[in-house]
Design a binder for this molecule. Structure first.
Ligand SMILES: Cc1cc2nc3c(=O)[nH]c(=O)nc-3n(C[C@H](O)[C@H](O)[C@H](O)COP(=O)(O)O)c2cc1C
Length: 309
């Protein structure tokens, strides 16, 4: 568990007693004493909302690394944008324009771009502000194909098992229908993909991408998968803004779930979980138009009227 002992300090000379830190703090870490805010609670998320809200800079916390969000490939706007103070049409156009890219140019992705993307990933929210995500960068095509080959070993074994009708029946009888389901839904296309890779060098797993990123979590996070996937979402959008195409590769995550040796191969500690594999590179495709999504109809909840006693 993360240490939640408060480290916030309030400079009593600077504090103007506005109580904004009390109002914003999710952990009730502050209380008022003789018109000034003081740290009296015993828990703190280290979210730094108190630091962000203080009009005089009286609150300091020291939880965030000062250079953790120093970007090198672009000049950031280092000021807080109030709600509503952003180009919504532009943001939505970015969201709609990000598409999974399955055709890449061979050009390498500069490491500083990959590292900036990791930093952008860490701007995501995380359960109890744990920030226990991990990022493993595969910086070049050689690394990506090495992972592809290692994943191929797993799928070759899986396909050999799935081919056996008796084993599919037996595992199903034992209440484990996954092998049978895999056979029905994926066996054929995985077999074809492996054949194409071996005979023609066509990469249907990673789509020929020149870089990849594995997003995982260290133990102790309250919501490890959600944290990692939210970070991944930021990365996908920012990559598009940087001129990069991306694609999430669920097949690779699945393989790592079943075969921990793959994590080992990548130098990812056993204690870490993997939640997303993102391939990236400069896209070798261009779209002419936006396309839509399936219509969703939100459901509204209205509590039933209470009967008067
Ligand atoms: C969790 C997840 C796993 C995915 N796995 C794969 C994959 O293994 N291979 C692939 O080509 N695309 C994969 N995709 C991409 C989806 O096919 C894609 O997001 C979907 O078709 C919508 O298209 P868009 O991303 O271009 O909007 C995955 C997407 C998600 C969210």
């Amino acid at each position: 568990m993360k240490d939640r002992t408060p480290t916030a300090r309030v400079d009593q000379d600077l504090c103007v007693g506005c109580e904004l830190c009390l109002a914003t703090c999710p952990d009730r870490t502050f209380s008022m004493d003789q018109g000034k805010a003081r740290v009296t609670g015993d828990r703190c998320l280290a979210c730094e909302h108190c630091v962000a809200v203080c009009p005089t800079g009286a609150v300091t916390l020291g939880a965030a690394e000062p250079h953790a969000l120093d970007f090198t490939t672009f000049t950031p706007i280092n000021e807080w944008l109030p709600p509503g103070d952003y180009d919504l049409p532009g943001l939505v156009a970015l969201m709609r324009s990000r598409r999974s890219c399955r055709n890449y140019l061979p050009d390498p992705v500069p490491r500083d771009q990959l590292e900036d993307l990791v930093k952008i990933g860490t701007t995501a929210p995380s359960g109890t502000n744990s920030q226990l995500w991990t990022f493993t960068i595969l910086p070049d095509r050689q690394a990506v194909t090495a992972l592809g080959d290692r994943i191929g070993v797993f799928f070759r074994k899986l396909n050999a098992m799935a081919r056996k009708a008796w084993l599919r029946k037996l595992t199903k009888l034992l209440g484990k229908g996954e092998l049978d389901q895999y056979y029905r839904e994926h066996y054929q296309s995985v077999s074809e993909a492996m054949e194409q890779w071996e005979t023609q060098g066509i990469d249907r797993l990673f789509h020929g991408a020149p870089a990849a990123m594995v997003v995982g979590s260290r133990p102790g996070a309250s919501c490890p998968a959600e944290d990692a996937l939210l970070a991944s979402g930021q990365i996908l959008l920012a990559a598009h803004a940087m001129g990069l195409g991306t694609c999430l590769i669920g097949y690779a995550v699945e393989a790592m779930d079943y075969d921990p040796g793959i994590k080992d191969f990548l130098g990812i500690p056993k204690s870490e979980a993997v939640h997303a594999v993102i391939v990236l590179g400069y896209p070798d495709e261009k779209y002419q138009r936006l396309t839509g999504r399936r219509q969703v109809t939100p459901r509204y909840f209205h509590p039933a009227p209470q009967e008067s006693p």
